[in-house]
Design a protein around this ligand. Structure first.
Ligand SMILES: Nc1ncnc2c1ncn2[C@@H]1O[C@H](COP(=O)(O)OP(=O)(O)OP(=O)(O)O)[C@@H](O)[C@H]1O
Ligand SMILES: [Mg+2]
Length: 248
């Protein structure tokens, strides 16, 4: 396992229902600091719901989620604080259209975290440089490609200095030629030791970036394995069927 052995995010017996329908059932998973967990599974199995539960966008009906040992189901949890530690990027980069790239990035750190503008701008510039977009800092989102907007959305989340990043199919809405540039940014983050939970349908990327693959089927964890093991020797029939679709 990569990183040290400190458990950063712990999911214990998590259960999520919509009405009477169970969507996540007895999910148990420990994510260690510096670890990259890739969540795979067919459409509708519960991947997005799981990520949404992890940063409080969904209520849960059973079990617990702990961040650095602190329960997030405690009724006194300050979600605004917790969400600063858990960054999330979705399929549809939701940049504010009337703000420049830099204004979009500065918003959270200055308004929510009340950090000094000079310090945040320096950090934002460094992060923009790292994703190759420093020269676009004064552009508006409409002037950027999908891949560029998605890289900005990643920078915006990183600028809050999160402990862990959640990515939900961040390349799914992109043209194929823009997928690589976004995946490369995430691979770079993995190399720097960022703790991440990534939902993706890009199997080559999953294999390259993951320390651990979590395969979900119908709301349950079906397999947890190292990527080499999962892709070459899946243990369950469901995982084999899933990989066949991707011709892996
Ligand atoms: N707000 C909602 N109300 C009722 N059911 C929902 C809601 N959101 C999701 N579901 C159901 O929960 C299940 C899991 O959905 P989820 O979006 O987590 O799947 P997913 O694995 O992310 O799929 P995909 O790969 O297509 O994104 C699905 O059966 C879906 O229909
Ligand atoms: Mg989804």
């Amino acid at each position: 396992m990569k990183g040290n052995n400190k458990v950063l995010l712990e999911i214990v017996g998590l259960r999520k229902t919509y009405g009477a329908r169970p969507v996540l059932d007895d999910i148990n998973l420990s994510i260690h600091k510096g670890e990259v967990v890739v969540v795979l599974g067919s459409s509708g199995c519960g991947k997005s719901t799981l990520l949404r539960c992890l940063n409080g966008l969904e209520s849960i009906q059973g079990g617990d989620i702990k961040l650095s040992g602190k329960s997030l189901t405690d009724k006194n949890v300050n979600w605004q604080e917790v969400r600063q530690q858990i960054g999330m990027v979705f399929q549809n980069y939701d940049l504010f259209p009337h703000m420049t790239v830099m204004e979009n990035i500065l918003l959270g750190p200055s308004k929510v975290q009340k950090r000094a503008e000079k310090e945040v701008m320096e950090q934002a510039s460094q992060l923009l440089d790292r994703v190759g977009l420093l020269n676009r800092k004064d552009d508006y989102p409409r002037q950027l490609s999908g891949g560029q907007k998605q890289r900005i959305a990643i920078v915006r989340a990183l600028c809050m200095n999160p402990e862990i990043m959640l990515f939900d199919e961040v390349t799914a809405a992109l043209d194929p030629e823009m997928v690589r540039e976004v995946l490369d940014v995430i691979l770079g983050l993995a190399k720097q030791g960022m703790t991440m939970v990534i939902v993706t349908h890009e199997m080559g990327f999953a294999k390259a970036v993951a320390d651990c693959i979590v395969f979900i089927d119908a709301g349950k964890i079906c397999e947890i394995a190292e990527p080499d093991e999962f892709f070459s020797n899946p243990k369950t029939e469901r995982a084999r069927q899933f990989l066949n679709i991707f011709q892996y």
